[in-house]
Write a protein that binds this ligand. Structure first.
Ligand SMILES: [Zn+2]
Length: 416
């Protein structure tokens, strides 16, 4: 078999092995970070709706409204109004995906015992209750060490939004906008700010019902905020869900991978009170792992999503990655009969099984960039040569066309 390069001289020739094998060298490009978390679970912007004090209007007015829109919200619970009297309803809400979180047992300044006792009370309600975030009563940020002992994140008050790539200055003071005019407009505006800045925002509301005070909204006005978030297509999720995803990504995106695989990536939790499960949507760099990978956690395979990402549980604190094999994407009868095989080993590419004849070929990255082409005549001899650079370390698509216009596309496995 003979490779012919119309625009580049053949640099080296050596017999690789008897039979129809071709060996080609590959150039490598620099590696990027091996793991990248998809911002805000694949949305532009994120938003959390939080409601305080277990107010009496929340169960009858807010929960059906949020459920009707498929929105999960956060309730910062204290022993006031409907807690613990409506405990059964609160457990139902938690099982339904709403967050029950800590607002102290007595709505006092965080002192240690009023934080830990409320955390214990909530966690005893149901296994679905993590109770690992906190909201400072009266927006008064104090006692942060006792808050941090029970919570990975504390909510203060302010008109902030949080950018994906920049960690909050203080995880014990991640601020929400308190509605203070009895009107939804500031909340709607914050939703739109979060969307346009691709950042995270959150609101704080007390009651949802008739005759609202300045910190409360009518059900219709509350719905205007929720509707704005739905229309903006931001990621709408409870405070703990977005916060844990956000906090975890700074750890995940710093994970390193060395060697040629298989890889066991490991990391540590950024805080002892992270939620029990933190689903994280990640992408694995082709430059490190190749385009075809198999991913598992604790022996359980993680399927690849349609966007190429993997949804993993960050709290398992490890990820197993190994290279997948090459796969023939498009085959014709001609090539099927020939059983063409391409094996990439180290810097060599070996093509075996081409029937005698003339072929043209091209290489493309999986994003479509052509990185090499030429012609080849298979006649039983064996040669090795460098294909035109650059070629990346990840998977490649090789398209071979016979003189009779039969084509075969082969996904070339990543280099080692
Ligand atoms: Zn309160």
């Amino acid at each position: 078999m003979r490779w012919i390069y119309p625009h580049k001289s053949v640099k080296s020739r050596k017999v690789f092995q008897a039979g129809s094998l071709i060996a080609l060298s590959f150039a490598s490009l620099t590696q990027a970070g091996p793991v990248t978390t998809v911002p805000w679970d694949g949305h532009t912007g994120a938003f959390s709706f939080t409601y305080d004090d277990a107010r009496n209007t929340q169960i009858p007015n807010l929960i059906p409204q949020a459920d009707g829109l498929g929105i999960k919200v956060t309730f910062f619970i204290t022993n006031m109004y409907s807690f613990p009297s409506a405990k059964a309803d609160w457990i139902k809400a938690a099982k339904n995906g709403h967050e029950l979180a800590n607002h102290t047992s007595d709505h006092g300044s965080p002192s240690g015992s009023n934080v830990s006792s409320m955390a214990s009370t909530l966690r005893a309600l149901d296994p679905s209750v993590d109770a690992v975030t906190f909201a400072y009563p009266n927006c008064s940020v104090a006692g942060t060490s006792s808050v941090s002992a029970e919570s990975f994140m504390g909510r203060g008050c302010g008109q902030a939004t949080y950018a994906w790539d920049k960690a909050p200055g203080d995880w014990m003071n991640v601020q929400g906008l308190i509605i203070n005019s009895g009107a939804p407009t500031p909340g709607v505006n914050l939703v739109n700010s979060a969307k346009s800045a691709n950042s995270w925002g959150l609101t704080i509301v007390h009651d949802v019902g008739p005759n609202p005070d300045q910190y409360s909204l009518t059900a219709a006005d509350n719905k205007k905020m929720l509707d704005a978030a739905v229309a903006a297509k931001v990621w709408i999720a409870p405070y703990a869900t977005v916060g844990a995803y956000y906090r975890a990504h700074f750890v995940m995106d710093a994970v390193t991978a060395s060697g040629s695989g298989p890889w066991k990536l490991t990391w540590t939790s950024p805080h002892p009170k992270m939620p029990k499960v933190v689903k994280l949507r990640v992408k694995l760099a082709a430059a490190t792992f190749g385009d075809a990978v198999e991913v598992s956690q604790g022996g359980t395979k993680v399927s690849q999503e349609s966007d190429g990402s993997f949804v993993i549980d960050f709290m398992k604190l490890s990820l197993d990655v190994q290279k997948g094999g090459s796969s023939i994407l498009d085959d014709s009868k001609f090539f099927k009969a020939a059983k063409v095989q391409i094996v990439r080993a180290g810097s060599q590419l070996q093509v075996a099984g081409l029937p005698e004849g003339s072929y043209s070929y091209s290489f493309r990255t999986l994003s479509g960039q052509e990185v090499g082409n030429g012609t080849v005549r298979a006649q039983g001899a064996v040669e090795s040569a460098q294909v035109p650079a650059p070629l990346h370390r990840g998977g490649l698509l090789m398209v071979i066309r016979s003189s009779e216009a039969a084509t075969i596309s082969v996904q070339v496995p990543p280099s080692i």
